[in-house]
Design a protein around this ligand. Structure first.
Ligand code: IPT
Length: 959
C-alpha cells in the first residue's frame, strides 16, 4: 500500500510560518461530502470532478469522523492498536473519502491549499489532478494549487487513511481519531518571515530573515531590511508581562501582521534564564481536547484553556505531544504563557518489544523525523511564548533524534532544545525527566545525582538546568505531593520547575455513560481510564487538583510573625503593584472585622492593627486580588491567600501556609475519665413480652442485643460502625494497594458484638466488638462508649489493632446512614472543597454550607471523593424533622453521599451512581494519603495511614 511508505509526503511546498496575511484566502471549512470504507484500496474515481457523491454522507470539516457517527474512537496509551511491523499497517484501515466543491471568482489566480492538520495520511486531488500526499497529523501541509485552479467550480478530493506508516510515529497517549481535524484553506499568501526579537542589557534587539521589509510603527522602525539588526527601547515580553508590539512584514504580494515580543532565553551556570532572570516553570501538559469534538478544538475553547491556566497561577504549557493549533500559540503570546513546543513524535509502543526496530534509530525514518521537526519550527518560530523546542515524547533513543536536534540548533540557535527520552542528554540543552521522586529531584537540585557512565556526558548534563516535563499525575482524586515538589523547585536554582500531567480529562461525552474512556467502544486493546487524568474535567470544570495547584503555584506568599504579615513575592518579572491586599478576622467562621493592607510593591512586612476579639476560634485570612482588570481576569480575581489562627491575645499562633488535610489521631489516655459525664443515664425499653428490646441513652435509642444505635433524636439511623474501606482512588488501584487491601478483606469487614453493657450501674452504654474480615486473624478491637451529655450524646470509639497489621489502611473512622431527607451540610472546618492528607491546600478554615449533591466531586471514574477535612462541627439537616449536629474531638473528616461506599466502589461511570433513600455519612479520624502512584511516586511516608491504636471522639446534638 502506498500509505506504508517511510516517506513523509510528496508534492508539498516547503514548510513556512503560520501567519496572518492580507493576501486573499478562501475558507474551505464547512460541510463536505464523506464516505467511509473499511479498507484502504477502494477505487479513486471519486477524485474526478464529475463523480456523483450525492449518496454520500455530510461531514463537517474540521472534524474527526468517528465523532460524527462513522466508526468509533479507540484509546491506547503505550500500546499500538495494530501489529508492530513497520511500515506496514492493517488491511482493516478505515479510510475516509472527502469531497468539497467550491467556486472561485473570475479574477482569482494561483494559491496554495493549506491543511492545518489531518490524521494520519491524506492524499489530495484538485479537479482530478493528484497534488500529492502528506503525513504528520498535527502539522500543516501546503500544496501548490495554482496550475489546476479554474474560475467557477472546483472540486477538492481528499482521501484520509486512519493508519499509515506515520502512525508508528504518532503513538501518543490519547484517542486515535482520524480525520481532517484542523482547517483547510486556499490561500494566495506565500510569505515567510523569521523574526528575531531579543532583550538584553535593558534593550530590545530586532532583526529578521525573509524577502520583504519589516516595520514596527510603535517603535519608529520602518522598512527594516532582512539581516539588519536594530536596537530599541522596549518593554520585554514575559509570561507575566506579555507585551507585544505590532509589526508589519511587507512583500510585493502581501502584507503580514507579526506580533513581536522581545525576550531572550539563555542558560547560565546551569540556570535557565529569561531576559537574564531565573525562569521557573509552573506548568501543565496540554493535549488538545474537547469532549464532543476531540482534537478539533474550537477557538473559544483554546481561549478558555489559557484563561483557566492564567487564573490558576499556571505560567507554562508543554504542548504534549505535538504542536497545538496555531491559534493556541497566539493566545499564549497575547495572554502570557511560557511554552515548550513539542514536535508531533512518539514511538512509545516499541517499548513493548524492547525498543526493537525503534524508528528513532532507523535511517529509513530520518527524513520523516526531520520533516516533522522542520514543520514544527518553521510554523511556530515567531512566537515569543515558545521558549523551547521539544523533539517529541517517549521515542526512545537514536540517531534520528540527533539529526532533528542538529537541524533545529542550526535553524534556531535562540531556543534551548528539550527531549526527555534519553537521560544521557546527548542532543539537548536541558536535563528533563518525568515523575522523578521528590528525593531524586532534590539530589538533582543539589547537583549530587548519580553519575552517567560516560564522564563527558555526565559533566555536560551536570551543567544543565533541570525540569520535570511531567510530574504529579492528576488522575482521579489527587495529585498528592504538589507542595513538596514546589518547595524543591523554589529552593534550588538548577530546578526550572515542571509540568503537571495533565491538563484535561479526555472523556468523550456519551448519552448513557456520561464520559467514556478506553474500552467503552469495545476496543480489543485499550488502557481503560488512563486517558482520564487531568486537572480539569472533560467539560473544563476545575477539579480539586487544579484548585490545589493554584494555591501551590501562588506568586505571593504570606508569613505571620507576631502582630504582622510578611508578604513575599515570587514573581520573576513584575512587582506587586497590580495587586490589592486585604485581611479579615473570623471567629468560628463568622466575620468580625476586615481591613485593607498597604503592601509595598516589593512586598515586605505589614504591621497589623489591633484585631477584633471574640469568643471561639479566631482566624486571620489575608488575600491578594487583582487591583485592576487584566486581559485574563477581572479586578477582584483572587491570586493568593494565607491564613493563620490567632491566639486569644490577637497574635498569630502558627503560620502554616500550605497546610494539608489530615485529621490528627491519638490514643486517648483514658477515654472513660476524659469524657464528660453530664445529664441522664440510660433507660431500658421493654417490648410487649417484657424482654429488653431497646435501650435509651440521652437522645439515642439502641438495639439492646447488638448495641447498635437505631434512633438518634427520633431520626432513624444505621451505625455508626467502624469503617476501614474507601472506594479505591486511581492511585490506590494502579499502585497495587487496592489489590492488597481487597486480599486482606478491608472491603468486607464483619462486626462481632462481644458485650453490650447498659442499664444498671453503667453510665450510658458500652459496646465491645471485634471488627475483622473473613479468612484472616487480623482484626480491630473496637469499643463504642455512649454517654448522654445534656440534650446530646457523646461517642468515644477506641480502636485497637489485633494482630500484625503491616499495610497502610485506606481509612479509619465510622460510617452511619440517615434518612434521605438530610440533604444539606453546614460545617466549620476546611472548605469549601475536598481535602485529603496530602491534598486540599486550597481548602481554608471557615464556615461552609453545601447540599449533599454539591459535596460530590464528579471524577469521571467514580472513586473516593468529597471529604471535608478538619471539621470541628457539622450540621446535617433537611426536610421536615430535626437535624443532627456532630462535633469532633477536636476534628474529623466528613463525607456524605446519597450512595454507599460499596455503590461508589462498584461504579465505573458517573451515571452508575444512583441516589438511594439514605444518606451515607463517614466521620473519619484519618484517611491514607492520595499520592500520585498511578504514575509516579506513591503517598509520602508522612501521609500514610497505619493501623494503630486510636480514639475517635464525637458528640451528637439535635438541631
Ligand atoms: C507518560 C507519557 O509521556 C504521557 O504521555 C502519559 O502517557 C503518562 O505517561 C501517563 O499518563 S510516559 C510513562 C511511561 C511515565
Amino acid at each position: 500500500m502506498e500509505c506504508e511508505d517511510f516517506t513523509p509526503g510528496s508534492g508539498r511546498l516547503a514548510p513556512r510560518v503560520a501567519l496572518r496575511s492580507d493576501a486573499p484566502s478562501l475558507d474551505l471549512n464547512g460541510t463536505w461530502r464523506f464516505r467511509l470504507s473499511p479498507t484502504a484500496g477502494a477505487a479513486e474515481d471519486f477524485a474526478e470532478p464529475g463523480y456523483d457523491d450525492s449518496t454520500w454522507a455530510e461531514l463537517p470539516v474540521p472534524a474527526h469522523w468517528p465523532l460524527h457517527g462513522h466508526g468509533a474512537p479507540a484509546y491506547t496509551n503505550v500500546a499500538y492498536p495494530f501489529p508492530i511491523d513497520p511500515p506496514h499497517v492493517p488491511t482493516e484501515n478505515p479510510t475516509g473519502d472527502h469531497r468539497r466543491v467550491f467556486d472561485l471568482p473570475d479574477d482569482w489566480t494561483g494559491g496554495r491549499l493549506r491543511f492545518e492538520g489531518v490524521e494520519s495520511y491524506a492524499k489530495v486531488w484538485l479537479n482530478g489532478h493528484l497534488l500529492g500526499f502528506t503525513t504528520g497529523s498535527r502539522l500543516p501541509a501546503e500544496f501548490d494549487a495554482g496550475p489546476w485552479l479554474k474560475p467557477g467550480r472546483n472540486v477538492l478530493a481528499v482521501r484520509v487513511h486512519q493508519w499509515s506508516a506515520a502512525s508508528y510515529l504518532e503513538d501518543q497517549d490519547m484517542w486515535w481519531l482520524p480525520g481532517i481535524f484542523r482547517e483547510v484553506t486556499l490561500t494566495r499568501s506565500s510569505a515567510d518571515v523569521f523574526v528575531h526579537a531579543g532583550f538584553a542589557g535593558g534593550r530590545g534587539t530586532l532583526s529578521f530573515d525573509g524577502d520583504g521589509l519589516l516595520s514596527v510603527p510603535e517603535l519608529g522602525i520602518s522598512g527594516l531590511e532582512p539581516g539588519v539588526e536594530v536596537t530599541a527601547d522596549v518593554e520585554p515580553w514575559t509570561a507575566e508581562t506579555p507585551r507585544l508590539y505590532e509589526g508589519v512584514f511587507v512583500t510585493p504580494e502581501e502584507s503580514v501582521r507579526v506580533r513581536i515580543g522581545f525576550r531572550t532565553i539563555s542558560i547560565e551556570d546551569g540556570v535557565l534564564l529569561a531576559n537574564g532572570r531565573p525562569l521557573l516553570f509552573k506548568g501543565v501538559n496540554r493535549h488538545e481536547f474537547h469532549p464532543a469534538y476531540g482534537r478539533a478544538v474550537p477557538y473559544a475553547t483554546m481561549r478558555e484553556d489559557v484563561l483557566l491556566m492564567k487564573r490558576h497561577n499556571v505560567n507554562a504549557v508543554r504542548t504534549s505531544h505535538y504542536p497545538p493549533h496555531p491559534d493556541f500559540l497566539h493566545l499564549c503570546d497575547e495572554l502570557g504563557l511560557w511554552v515548550i513546543d513539542e514536535c508531533d513524535l512518539e514511538t512509545h509502543g516499541f517499548t513493548q518489544v524492547g525498543w526493537r526496530h525503534n524508528p528513532s534509530d532507523d535511517p529509513r525514518w530520518e527524513e520523516a523525523y526531520l520533516d516533522r521537526m522542520r514543520r514544527t519550527v518553521e510554523r511556530d518560530k515567531n512566537h515569543p511564548s515558545v521558549v523551547m523546542w521539544s523533539l517529541g515524547n517517549e521515542a526512545g533513543v537514536g540517531r534520528n533524534l540527533a539529526a532533528m536536534a542538529a537541524w533545529t540548533r542550526e535553524r534556531d540557535p535562540s531556543r534551548p532544545i528539550h527531549y526527555e527520552g534519553d537521560w544521557s542528554c546527548p542532543d539537548v540543552d536541558v536535563y528533563s525527566r518525568m515523575y522523578a521522586s521528590h528525593a531524586e529531584v532534590e539530589a538533582i537540585g543539589k547537583g549530587v545525582e548519580d553519575p552517567l557512565d560516560d564522564p563527558a556526558l555526565d559533566a555536560r548534563r551536570r551543567g544543565m538546568p533541570f525540569l520535570q516535563c511531567e510530574y504529579a499525575h492528576a488522575m482521579g482524586n489527587g495529585p498528592g505531593g504538589l507542595a513538596e515538589y514546589q518547595e524543591l523547585f523554589e529552593r534550588y536554582p538548577r530546578l526550572a520547575g515542571g509540568f503537571i500531567w495533565e491538563w484535561i480529562d479526555h472523556g468523550l461525552a456519551h448519552p448513557s455513560l456520561g464520559y467514556t474512556y478506553g474500552g467503552d467502544y469495545g476496543e480489543p486493546v485499550h488502557d481503560g481510564n488512563f486517558v482520564i487524568d487531568g486537572l480539569v474535567f472533560p467539560d473544563r470544570t476545575p477539579s480539586p487538583g487544579l484548585l490545589d495547584l493554584k494555591k501551590v503555584y501562588e506568586p505571593v506568599r504570606f508569613g505571620f510573625p507576631d502582630g504582622a504579615v510578611v508578604v513575599s513575592s515570587l514573581y520573576g518579572f513584575r512587582d506587586l503593584s497590580h495587586l490589592a491586599f486585604s485581611a479579615v478576622v473570623e471567629v468560628d467562621g463568622v466575620e468580625v472585622g476586615g481591613f485593607p493592607l498597604e503592601v509595598a510593591s516589593g512586598g515586605g512586612e505589614v504591621r497589623l492593627p489591633d484585631l477584633p476579639e471574640g469568643d471561639g476560634e479566631r482566624w486571620l485570612t489575608v488575600r491578594a486580588v487583582l487591583a485592576r482588570d487584566e486581559a485574563w481576569a477581572s479586578a477582584g480575581h483572587e491570586v493568593a491567600w494565607g491564613q493563620v489562627r490567632l491566639s486569644s491575645g490577637g497574635a498569630p499562633t502558627s503560620g502554616g501556609v500550605l497546610s494539608s488535610g489530615g485529621a490528627p489521631y491519638e490514643r486517648a489516655e483514658d477515654a472513660r475519665t476524659t469524657s464528660r459525664r453530664v445529664g441522664a443515664g440510660s433507660g431500658v425499653v421493654r417490648d410487649r413480652d417484657g424482654a429488653v428490646g431497646e435501650v435509651a441513652v440521652g437522645g439515642g435509642v439502641f438495639d439492646a442485643a447488638s448495641g447498635r444505635l437505631v434512633r438518634l433524636f427520633g431520626v432513624e439511623v444505621d451505625g455508626p460502625a467502624l469503617e476501614l474501606w474507601r472506594a479505591p482512588i486511581d492511585n490506590d488501584r494502579y499502585s497495587g494497594a487496592e489489590a492488597r487491601w481487597r486480599l486482606l478483606g478491608l472491603d468486607r469487614l464483619t462486626h462481632r458484638v462481644d458485650t453490650v453493657e447498659a442499664g444498671d450501674g453503667v453510665d450510658g452504654m458500652v459496646v465491645r466488638t471485634r471488627v475483622a474480615p473473613a479468612a484472616t486473624d487480623l482484626g480491630m478491637r473496637v469499643t463504642y462508649r455512649w454517654i448522654a451529655v445534656g440534650e446530646g450524646l457523646e461517642l468515644v470509639v477506641d480502636v485497637e489493632p489485633d494482630g500484625e497489621w503491616s499495610e497502610p489502611i485506606p481509612r479509619l473512622g465510622v460510617a452511619m446512614s440517615l434518612p434521605g431527607r438530610f440533604d444539606r451540610v453546614t460545617w466549620f472546618g476546611r472548605g469549601p472543597g475536598e481535602a485529603y492528607p496530602d491534598t486540599g491546600m486550597a481548602a481554608r478554615v471557615g464556615r461552609w454550607s453545601a447540599s449533599v449533591d454539591e459535596l460530590q466531586t464528579p471524577y469521571v471514574y467514580p472513586q473516593e471523593n468529597g471529604q471535608r477535612a478538619d471539621v470541628r462541627w457539622a450540621e446535617l439537616t433537611g426536610g421536615d424533622g430535626p437535624g443532627v449536629r456532630v462535633t469532633g474531638g477536636p476534628v474529623f473528616g466528613l463525607t456524605a453521599r446519597r450512595w454507599s461506599t460499596a455503590d461508589l466502589d462498584r461504579a465505573t461511570h458517573l451515571p452508575d451512581l444512583v441516589p438511594g433513600d439514605r444518606v451515607h455519612v463517614n466521620l473519619d479520624l484519618a484517611q491514607h494519603g492520595v499520592g500520585t502512584a498511578a504514575c509516579g511516586p506513591g503517598t509520602l511516608p508522612q501521609y500514610e495511614l497505619a493501623a494503630r491504636a486510636v480514639t475517635l471522639r464525637l458528640r451528637f446534638d439535635p438541631v
